[in-house]
Design a protein around this ligand. Structure first.
Ligand SMILES: [Zn+2]
Length: 353
């Protein structure tokens, strides 16, 4: 029932002296669809991604499905929360690193195979970004060529021979690419009904963006792999000032995290420039505290929980635990809710009574 209709029923019930029907309350669920940090694989963790579902109590918060990044295994995690690729209204890309987009081709291919009669799916990302190194990072090209291998292999032609209604250009034909110009000021990049999504430029690699979803049930910020604009110390924080501004007043922050154990001096040999382009657990706690967030969800954990190594880099003091991440975050003084994310970790707004 929409809001106008619900209001009409409420008024009519009151006039007629009938029992008043309770209006379904809006709700939002934030689910981590993959928490692997970086391109490594470890114990079946899916690649980076966050699903934001918005709706109301009557549909279990299942009115709008927004997917932020789509790393390896995204469609598998979606299936575990009862969602199909066809239910996803839009995919938002923070940046075009493979650990954040490996699952996009799979998602679009499944939709092309089975749900191609649905409207096109919005894929929202920053426009082409020229990097200082002289190369271009292009989300538009990523999407346009997302299923080229399947075209070249002959699969697309073979499956179209079975069902000629499938779009001729393959899965990329189903994507409606929505590009925005990077900006340090939050800008509206997508909306539908009560749901608004804003984006800001943030540092990590060229073209990186962070997002905020605003709904009547609350707001969530998805930082992605954002780091500070100053690429290495000395600096006040490893976190992004733009993300912090974006997060002001939001209830939930979802953010990639790196544990200080990976830093220079930790003995892992992890490259310092890669360490410095992520946000540390302690600095994320401080940012969450300053922005007034109720809940911080850590994802894209570097290193993963229980891992003896991050890719080729061995941890000399052994694997770290949830408690190690918690200690690092709480050292900042952040007193809000904290999720050290695993795949399918979820937070609901408002919390279920
Ligand atoms: Zn990443």
């Amino acid at each position: 029932m929409n809001r106008v209709m619900a209001g009409f029923v409420f008024a009519l019930s009151a006039v007629l002296g009938l029992p008043v029907l309770a209006q379904a309350a809006p709700c939002m669920v934030v689910t981590l669809t993959g928490t692997q940090g970086g391109p490594s694989s470890f114990q079946g963790l899916a690649g980076s991604g966050t699903l934001v579902r918005y709706g109301d109590d009557s549909n279990d918060c299942r009115g709008v499905f927004l997917q932020f990044d789509a790393g390896r295994g995204t469609s598998m995690r979606l299936s575990q929360v009862g969602a199909t690729p066809g239910q996803v209204n839009a995919v938002f890309i923070t940046h075009v690193h493979s650990d954040h987009v490996d699952g996009l081709a799979d998602l679009l291919q499944m939709r092309w195979m089975q749900e191609y009669k649905l409207p096109k799916i919005d894929v929202v990302c920053a426009g082409d970004a020229a990097a200082a190194g002289g190369y271009l990072m292009s989300c538009a090209k990523l999407v346009a060529h997302t299923a080229d291998a399947y075209i070249q292999s002959g699969e697309i032609a073979q499956r179209r021979a079975e069902d000629k209604a499938r779009p001729a250009g393959g899965p990329a034909d189903l994507a409606n690419v929505v590009l925005f110009a990077s900006s340090d000021e939050p800008q509206l990049v997508w909306s539908s009904g009560d749901v608004r999504v804003m984006a800001v430029r943030s540092a990590h690699v060229a073209g990186h963006a962070s997002y905020r979803v605003d709904t009547p049930a609350g707001s969530v910020v998805i930082g992605g792999d954002a780091g500070n604009d100053t690429p290495a110390p000395p600096r006040a924080s490893s976190t992004s000032a733009q993300v912090e501004a974006l997060a002001r007043g939001a209830q939930v922050i979802v953010h990639s995290v790196i544990h200080p154990v990976m830093g220079p001096g930790g003995g892992t040999g992890f490259p310092a420039p890669i360490y410095h382009r992520q946000s540390t657990a302690t600095d994320l706690g401080a940012m969450a505290q300053r922005s007034g967030a109720q809940h911080l969800m850590l994802t894209h954990l570097i290193p993963p929980l229980g891992a003896e190594r991050q890719g080729p880099y061995r941890l000399p003091k052994g694997a770290i635990t949830v408690a190690d991440y918690e200690v690092a975050v709480r050292a900042s003084g952040f007193g809000g809710g904290l999720t050290v994310g695993g795949d399918l970790s979820s937070v609901r707004l408002p919390a279920k009574r």
